[in-house]
Design a protein around this ligand. Sequence first.
Ligand code: CUA
Length: 340
Amino acid sequence: MNLNIKVPFSPEQASTIATSVDALYFFLICLTVFFTLLISFLVIFFSIKYRRTASNQTGVPIHGNLLLEIIWSGIPLAIVMFIFVWGARIYYISSTPPANAEEIFVVGKQWMWKIQHPEGHREINTLHVPVNKPIRLTMTSEDIIHSFFIPAFRVKMDVVPGRYTTAWFEATKTGTYHLFCAEYCGTKHSEMIGKVIVMQEEEYAAWLENNSGTDTGKSTGGGSSEPMHVAGAKVFKANRCNTCHQEESQGLGPSLHGLYGSTVEFTDGKTAEADDVYIRESIIKPNAKTKAGYSPMMPTYQGQLSEEQIFQIIAYIKSLEAKEEEKTDVTPLEVTTTIE
Ligand code: CUA
């Protein structure tokens, strides 16, 4: 099916999902126009055809018509189910970032977008991305609800305080595109805008290399361009997290090596995957879930860490590989099996 339908009045199509979103939208418009015209025509046609021709004329009483009722229920049902399946397919694609997507972190606040790249680049109201590469955005807000909206990519996602939301896109064309806040967020909501700059891969790599890039220079709060996990390690130390979370499991808290992406078991027997959401909760509400074998004694760091610092700590934890001790366990086992 060729989905390359050009819809007038719509923004440029610059992401992999744009054509399919527009195709559905175009279909909905056509469907609406068709039924508007059909119903308007029938209203006029019937009012002429069945008009009263004599002053004492009365209508024939109607006692129901099963066939007619099946038709006028069945056809709309088929149409809306068709729209549902089509829409759900697009929704599923647009809400499932590919596994190989590059991650970029976004923090919204009144009234700006603060962006961090894992490599360390920080930008405000500007987002540099490579073309033809899936990009996953992990987003949160420092104050109230905002909405991250790139019309040319057909990407729009609420950015909510106290919660991580994700969106993803793959740009298909280089160029500069608008970035909006699409949720009213106060006096300067309309100024909470920016641009997305899509670059060729080599160009983007060069931009990442160039630590003194003009956009990073504008960053507030340090503006350091060290990789996020390095910045995270510093935040981790500065807040003395390492007193309890030591490299081996001898600390008061569990070791964080190999934690990211693993399944954690809690004291109540439940389990969860150690993802960004879990790690953020463990920092803000440490005792919401307690790892099996430990006691709930960690203090909350709510209000002590900025959302950007929490993103950095997550990047740091993500960078901690599983310790050697687990790997060396294999050798004695192998020895015993050969003895047997
Ligand atoms: Cu932020 Cu509107």
